[in-house]
Design a protein around this ligand. Sequence first.
Ligand SMILES: Nc1ncnc2c1ncn2[C@@H]1O[C@H](COP(=O)(O)OP(=O)(O)O)[C@@H](O)[C@H]1O
Ligand SMILES: [Mg+2]
Length: 279
Amino acid sequence: MAQIEIENLHFTYAGTQSPSLQEINLTIEKGDFIILTGPSGCGKTTLCRCLNGLIPNFYNGDFEGTIEILGMDTSNRPISELARRVGFVFQNPENQLFSLSVERDIAFGPENLGLQREEIKKRVEWALRVTGTEHLRDYAPYELSGGQQQRVAIASVLAMRPEIIVLDEPTSFLDPKASNDLLMTISKLNDKLGITIILVEHRLDLASKYAKRVLIMNEGRILLDGPPTKVYNEDVYLIGVGIPKVSLLFHLLRKDGIEIKKIPVDTSEAVQFLERRMK
Ligand SMILES: Nc1ncnc2c1ncn2[C@@H]1O[C@H](COP(=O)(O)OP(=O)(O)O)[C@@H](O)[C@H]1O
Ligand SMILES: [Mg+2]
């Protein structure tokens, strides 16, 4: 059964003229790992707000269509009910962490669910372990590096045992090494725990190898939707989508007249292409 079912969604923020989302039709199955990308201002964050019920329950505007998440119609459910089942991680972890220790931050969600002490403790230990942050438990979040903070932000969401996790540009403030470590942690949640992942990301070089599906948005619409191989074969770099550099190189070679049927999405595919050509 689909976990997320969006039909004919249109949304225009109150006080603005043009719609931020148009004709969105989207089905997401359990265990999917989706990269949502597209030029700045194309509506990625707005679509994320639809997944946690902030639209239409918190942001005013003109809303049309239906959004069903885990069988719930988001327009008539309290945000708190969705929040325990759909976890959110934002660009800036400082907005998400507020306690004086990592452990307290992770316990905050389960405490609010009114769980027993033993269960809370169990969940905190589990979330620390899965995200590789056990050694950080007694630190204050502000003492940590950006990459460590993001891992703790994921742990605090994980402790609610969500079925879906949405991450809105979680690597923007991280260097490539910390970004890659974070993406590996996210991939583990998908692989080992079957959590559905929706990752808004510009760094397609790093993230693509983990994704099962890439959605490209432009001007409030979903322009392309498919496996990375299919999506990166299209000319999306022209609208400012930062496809992997190796794919971009092959697009430019194709434009210069070299026959390339299928654009490689990573270096191993590029090597295969070159080996075939050199035979
Ligand atoms: N709270 C808001 N009120 C009015 N307009 C908004 C608001 N948030 C975003 N927008 C507008 O909606 C469009 C999509 O923005 P956003 O979803 O933030 O894009 P992205 O995350 O892809 O950069 C932009 O034109 C932006 O100005
Ligand atoms: Mg955004």
